[in-house]
Design a protein around this ligand. Sequence first.
Ligand code: CTP
Length: 405
Amino acid sequence: MARITVGVSGGIGAYKAVEVVRGLQKHGHDVTVVMTQSAQRFVGELTFEAITRRRVVTSQWAPGLNADIEHIALADQSDLLLVVPATANVIAKFAHGVADDFLSSLYLATTAPVLLAPAMNTHMLEHPAVVANLDALTARGVRFVAPGEGYLACGWVGKGRLAEPAEVVAAAHALVSHGGRLDGRRVLVTAGPTFEDLDPVRFIGNRSSGRMGYAVAGEAAKRGATVVLVTGPTHLDPPAGVEVVRVRSAADMHAAVMAHAGVVDAVVMAAAVADYTPEAVAAQKVAKGDGGWTVPLTRTVDILAALGKLPSRADRRPVLIGFAAETHDVLAHADAKRKRKGVDLVVANDVAQAGAGFEVDTNVVTFLDDAGAETLPLLPKTEVAGRILDRLERLLGVTPAPAAR
Ligand code: CTP
C-alpha cells in the first residue's frame, strides 16, 4: 500500500481521474485528491470526497488548512504525486517553479516521484513552449504517461488525449510498488577492497572505494530484498536496512560469503578481491634492512568461481552476478571470465576509461550474459545499481514492471 496524492487539473479528461482514483484504490493504495480551481469546473469535489472518503484539497486558502501547513505535510507523506490530467498550464508551472496554488506548491515541496498524465489539444502538445517544458521536467526525473491518439474534445483527432485510466493506474502502481519486487528474496552483495596484511602495520590493498557494491546493496534493500553486505574496509556509510558483515582479507571475505551462500537467492560480487596474499603475516613489524624486501605471495580463493561450482540452481545455487574490471580487450576478457567462473551475468567495466571504475561516482558498464552484450552509457553508480537490479530481477524470474515513459 502506498500513499498517492492525485492532482487533478482543469482539462476535459478530469472526469477520467475519478476512474484512476478508483483503480489505485483497487490496488490497495491510499489516495488523497488535490484539485486545481479549474478542475472544479469539470468535476465536483464531492465526487472525489465520496470515493476517497477524505477531504479534497481545493484551495490553499481554505480555513484550517494552514494550521498544519498541509502542502508540506502532504508533500512529506506522499509516496507518489500523480497529476491526471496534467494541463499545459500545470506542466508550465511545474517546469518553472511557479507556486501560486496548492498543487504547484505541493510539487515544489515533495521529494516523492512525480508522474504526469498530460492531456491537451494536439497543437498545444506540439508547441515548442510545451515541448521545452516537458523536456525540462523529463530532465528533472519527472515521469509521464504518454497521451494517446484519438478523438479530442476540441474536435480534432490526434495526439493529446489523456492516456486510458487503466494505463495511468498501471504506471503509477509500477512506480510505487517498485520497492516491493524483491520482497522475500535474500541477496548477498560484496563490496570494497580486501587488505592482505604483511605485518601489524602494512598491508597490500587496492583502489576500490566500495561505492558500486554499496549502491547495489542499497538498491536491493529499497526493492524489498533482505540484504547482507559483506564489505572490505571502506569509508562509506552502509545503506539503510542492510545487514553489514565487515571483513578485511580475501580469506575473511571467502568465509563470510560461503557462510551465507546456501541461504541466499543471489550473490553480487562487486568486491575487488585480492588475487594474491602474503604467504605469511609477520607477527611483528618488519624493520627495514639495507637491501630490498621480497614478499612471497600465494593465490587466494576465487570466491566467485567457488560459488559457480556450487550445485545447480534447483539445489539452491544462488544467481551469480560478477564484475570484471579490465584495462584492455574488455569484452573478450570479461566474457571469458563469465564462462570460466560459471556466472549468470558479468558487469564489465574498462577501468582505464574516464568516469569509470575506482574512486568516481560514475561508471560505464557492459552487461554480458548468454544472450550477448548490452553497453550502458556513462551513468551515476546509483543508476548502474538500478540497472543491475533490473537484470537480477529478470534472472530471479521477477516480472519487470511496465515502464512509465
Ligand atoms: N573475484 C572473486 N574472488 C577473487 C577474485 C575476484 O570472487 N579472489 C570476483 C570479483 O569480485 C569480481 C570477479 O571475480 O566479481 C572478477 O574480478 P576481476 O578482478 O576482474 O578478475 P579476476 O578474476 O581477478 O581475474 P584477473 O585478475 O585475471 O583479471
